[in-house]
Write a protein that binds this ligand. Structure first.
Ligand SMILES: *Cc1c(COP(=O)(O)O)cnc(C)c1O
Length: 229
């Protein structure tokens, strides 16, 4: 998979990943059309977003508020949806609210409060932490339903489902099975919150097998990220 990031074109990598996504969906008995591939362009310039837009990509993911806001503004002539997928400080919530269609990383009630209160609805995912390390982002499993209830009670937020990142040191498929269990539990309190944001370049096939609806794919499509501080 890491063969030839530099010799393959962006279009070629995109096409191959799309084929793998469709194939994984079919093997799981799912309709590939029901999956949303979000291309994560963090650390890449707006020109790459533009190039991907010409290849009909519409959903983009970013994890840093300022960088994302700048890129969204540079490409505001394009019909794109921006997904915020990183840890977010409450003082940047309004900035993100300004350009994002969805925030995947709601990890505490204060963040929901900071993002809410608007009449326009913002799609939200509550992030489940699959590790014991609070620094990894997301809430512990026992906090998931209380956080979901909080989002449900916040004006301007529309709870779409659960988001997670597979931890190192566990079979991704097993980790994603835990996400599916959490998703099932979430749906008992919010029937429409049936989406699962899971799966990155190295593990998306396992995520699809466990019901992921939103894949967040960076390097498999963009190639290696430029060095950053
Ligand atoms: C960077 C990032 C991704 C994409 O990771 P790749 O391994 O490059 O596909 C997905 N989700 C989150 C939360 C990220 O920060």
């Amino acid at each position: 998979m890491s063969e030839a990031f530099d010799v393959d074109s962006l279009a070629e990598r995109l096409r191959r990943v799309q084929e793998r996504v469709a194939e994984a969906a079919r093997s799981a008995g799912r309709d590939p059309q029901q999956l949303t591939t979000i291309v994560v362009t963090k650390f890449h310039p707006a020109s790459m977003v533009r190039e991907l837009s010409e290849l009909e990509v519409r959903d983009f993911g970013e994890n840093r508020a300022q960088e994302a806001a700048a890129k969204a503004s540079e490409t505001s002539d394009l019909p794109l949806r921006w997904h915020f997928i990183g840890q977010l400080q409450t003082n940047k919530a309004k900035l993100v609210r300004g350009f994002a269609s969805a925030v995947h990383s709601i990890d505490r009630p204060a963040l929901a409060d900071a993002l809410g209160g608007d009449d326009r609805e913002l799609d939200c995912f509550v992030q489940l932490n699959l590790t014991d390390d609070p620094a990894r982002g997301g809430v512990a499993r026992t906090e998931l339903e209380p956080l979901a209830e909080h989002v449900l009670g916040t004006r301007g937020l529309r709870l779409r489902g659960v988001m997670a990142v597979a931890p190192l040191g566990e079979e991704p498929r097993r980790a994603f099975a835990r996400v599916r269990e959490a998703s099932d539990a979430l749906r008992t309190i919010a029937r429409d919150a049936d989406q699962i944001s899971a799966g990155m370049s190295g593990d998306f096939e396992d995520a699809i097998a466990e019901g992921a609806t939103h894949l967040r794919l960076g390097t498999a499509i963009t190639g290696k990220r430029p060095d950053h501080a």
